[in-house]
Every structure is written in C-alpha cells, then in structure tokens.
Design a protein around this ligand. Structure first.
Ligand SMILES: NC(=O)c1ccc[n+]([C@@H]2O[C@H](COP(=O)([O-])OP(=O)(O)OC[C@H]3O[C@@H](n4cnc5c(N)ncnc54)[C@H](O)[C@@H]3O)[C@@H](O)[C@H]2O)c1
Ligand SMILES: O=C(O)C(=O)C[C@@H](O)[C@H](O)[C@H](O)COP(=O)(O)O
Ligand SMILES: [Zn+2]
Length: 366
C-alpha cells in the first residue's frame, strides 16, 4: 500500500518516490509501470545484513514473473563504499551478463544505494537503477542522484550524479533496523528541518517519543516530509551549483570525523549530528546566529539519542586537512553551511581556520 507518492522533476529526469507498506510485494507491477521487460536482466545489489533478510523474497517474486535476476552482496558497513567492492560488484555484473539495457536494484541503506548507484552510473557508461531503501537515513541518500564511493583522503570523493528510475521505500523493512541506525536516520531529518522548514522542527520535537517507538504512520510522514524537502531542493539545483549545497549542513566537519575514524566508531548520521553542533557555534561567531538556535539544535539532537560530541585520537590538523578536501572547498577557501535562524541556513565561503579549530574544541568529548 502506497501511503505517500512524490515526484522529483529535474531538467532531464523525472521519477517517483513511493513510500508505504508492502511495496516489495508489488515490485513486478512497478517494473511493468517503468516499462522494464523480461528481456532486461536485473542485478539485485545488497549487503550482508539486508540481503539475507529481504533479497530472497524479491528475487523469487521477480523470477516467478520471468525476470532473470542476479544477486551481489557486499559486506555491511561504510567500508564497502570502496574501490575494492566497486570492482567486485562490477565483476559480478559482467559475469552475470548485464548489458546496457539491464537494470540494477539497490536494496539497502545509504552504503548500498551510493555504491550500487555508482556502479549503475559507470557500468558500460551508465545503466538505469532503482533505489529500494531500507534505513531511515536512506530517505535522503536514495533521492537526488548523488552516488559514489570513498577514498582514503575523504568521503565520497569518487562519484557521479545519476538519478534513479524510481525510489521505492517499503517501510516494513524498518522493523528490523537496529535502534542505533534508526536514531542515525533522524540526524538527516533534523538537518532537513533545520535548513528548510521550521514547522518540521516543531513536529519532530512533538513526536520524538512515538517516532523512536517506530509508530508506522508517523515514520511514513517523517520520511515523506524529509523526501519532499530533498526533492524540492534537488529540483532547483540537480548538480549542486548553488542551493543544493545546503543539504550539506553538518557534513563538512561530520565527513572529516567519519574519515578520521576510519569509517568506524561513528555512523554517518551521528557525524552529521556532531557536525551540526559545530556549525551552529560557527553560525553564532560568523553570522551572529541567536544563542536560542544553539540550544534548540542541541536539545533536538540529544532528544533523538544522537551524540553532540566526538572522542577520537584525531588532531585538529588531521581534521582540517580532511576538511580541505571537502567538495565545497575551492581555491583553498573552507566553505561551510551555517544557520542564520531555525529553518534557514547560508553558505559562508571563507571560514577562518582559527574559528574551525575553536568549533572543534566545542565538539571534542572527554
Ligand atoms: N547519496 C546521498 O545523497 C547520501 C545522503 C545521505 C547519506 N549518504 C550516505 O549513506 C551512507 C549511510 O547510510 P546508512 O546510514 O543507511 O548506512 P548503511 O547503509 O551502512 O546501513 C546501516 C546498517 O544497517 C543495516 N541495515 C540496513 N537496513 C536494514 C534493515 N532494514 N534491517 C536491518 N539492518 C539493516 C546495514 O546492513 C548496516 O549495517 C553513508 O555512506 C553516507 O555518506 C548518501
Ligand atoms: O544530496 C545532497 O546534496 C547532500 O549533501 C546529502 C547528504 O546528506 C549526503 O551525505 C551527501 O552524500 C553528501 O554529499 P557530498 O557531496 O558532501 O559528498
Ligand atoms: Zn548525509
């Protein structure tokens, strides 16, 4: 049952985001709607946690309908957004005989979506793919077409813009998502609220208990509101030439912490949460953001059980070096998305290193 149906329309692409219960059972119908025939081979890419839970039923259903479906599972975790796993997955696609008409199905969280999406973007110079997100956080990663993998020198440094044919979010999968990963997904929802929609900030504050208790209709609504904000921004600026950069709120320092931790210890969402805390302090120093915005941001993040500080043996220099590889930084200038008020952020193109070091002090835990 589709509870919410949204569309994303960029200059060259238009696709639906379906959010609801039991959607994996209707995949054959979805493929038909998209004009995908049994002559087109399908490759279901997933990870070692999600694959065993959900891929079998999907594969059986598609095979019964006459589709040829290969599968490829990568080890669960951020480490799989790597050149090594990319090569492995491409190898599996070649061995299965995928060609330019074939379609990739990305079943999993943001790691699978980003990796499988990048395989789709580059395999034989690009084939179509469908996003089947299974984490709360993937309401963000599945929409908008940013796909890619990490490099030792930083997050998502190798990638492409490649929009999916459709995003099909079967919320039933969230019942098996570990609580830490559920909390992690709220970091991106909090981000979307803080950059765009002050009423969504209030809504998240009011429903925090029920959301963490996985109330199905509230989770659907949260996913819908998050996707709607993301879609609205992507429609205006598909390839991040301007406004789309605000979706990077909390990510400049967040990505540096993730990379410094070797993509272990902290989830992406946790790093975004910590990154938003550093950004709100920078906002106070650079944009004179009112102190009430700091309090509200920190309280909201904490109320979803997310961290506001990190503890790692990473020096300021290491973190600053990573920040210098952030894709928003150009000509050595360190750019940040900073809050001006609740629901509104601005791009600041030249933040002084000394202030960044000061912000790192605030978010260093004992
Ligand atoms: N492309 C984008 O626009 C975009 C946006 C946001 C985040 N991202 C990327 O997304 C990644 C993080 O995604 P994530 O938080 O979904 O992490 P993830 O994909 O690693 O999933 C988190 C964990 O939950 C497990 N899991 C997933 N779904 C499950 C389910 N239904 N039941 C049980 N276990 C399940 C996974 O196996 C993994 O262990 C990062 O690499 C980040 O950079 C990309
Ligand atoms: O879609 C976007 O644009 C975002 O910035 C969304 C982020 O949540 C996401 O983590 C994205 O992958 C970060 O992009 P990057 O360009 O900084 O790698
Ligand atoms: Zn993110």
């Amino acid at each position: 049952m589709i509870v919410h149906d949204l569309s994303v329309k960029t200059k060259n692409h238009s696709y639906d985001i379906q959010i609801g219960s039991g959607l994996h059972k209707q995949l054959v119908q979805s493929l038909r709607e998209l004009g995908i025939t049994q002559q087109q081979k399908l490759m279901l890419i997933s990870d070692s946690h999600v694959g065993p839970l959900y891929a079998g039923r999907i594969q059986d259903q598609l095979c019964t309908a006459g589709y040829e479906v290969g599968t490829c599972f990568v080890p669960a975790g951020e480490a799989s957004k790597s050149i090594l796993q990319y090569e492995r997955v491409v190898g599996a696609c070649l061995k299965f005989g995928l060609d330019r008409k074939s379609v990739i199905l990305a079943l999993g969280g943001g790691v699978v979506g980003d990796l499988a999406g990048f395989v789709a973007a580059s395999f034989m110079r690009g084939i179509p793919f469908i996003q089947l997100p299974t984490t709360l956080l993937a309401h963000d990663s599945a929409v908008g077409g940013k796909v890619g993998i990490n490099h030792a020198m930083g997050k998502n440094l190798i990638g492409a813009f490649h929009q999916p044919l459709r995003v099909i979010f079967d919320v039933d999968t969230l019942s098996t998502l570990p609580l830490r990963q559920l909390r992690s997904g709220f970091a991106e929802l909090i981000k979307e609220a803080l950059i765009w929609d002050v009423s969504f900030v209030g809504w998240l504050e009011n429903h925090q208990n029920a959301l963490l208790g996985r109330d199905p209709s509230l989770l659907c609504e949260a996913i819908y509101r998050g996707c709607r904000i993301k879609a609205t921004i992507v429609e205006q600026d598909e390839k991040e030439n301007g406004i789309r950069a605000i979706l990077n709120y909390g990510h400049t320092i967040g990505h540096a912490i993730e990379a410094c931790a070797g993509y272990k210890h902290y989830t992406h969402g946790e790093c975004v949460a910590i990154g938003m805390v550093s950004a709100v302090y920078l906002g106070q120093w650079v944009l004179k953001t009112p102190p009430a915005v700091i309090d509200k941001t920190i309280r909201l993040i904490e109320s979803f059980g997310l961290p506001t500080q990190f503890s790692l043996p990473c020096s300021d220099d290491e973190l600053i070096n990573l920040i210098k590889h952030d894709k928003k930084s150009t000509s050595g200038r360190l750019s940040f998305i900073l809050p001006k008020q609740l629901g509104h952020v601005e791009m600041v193109e030249h933040v002084q290193e000394a202030l960044i070091v000061q912000a790192l002090q605030v978010i260093r835990g004992g």
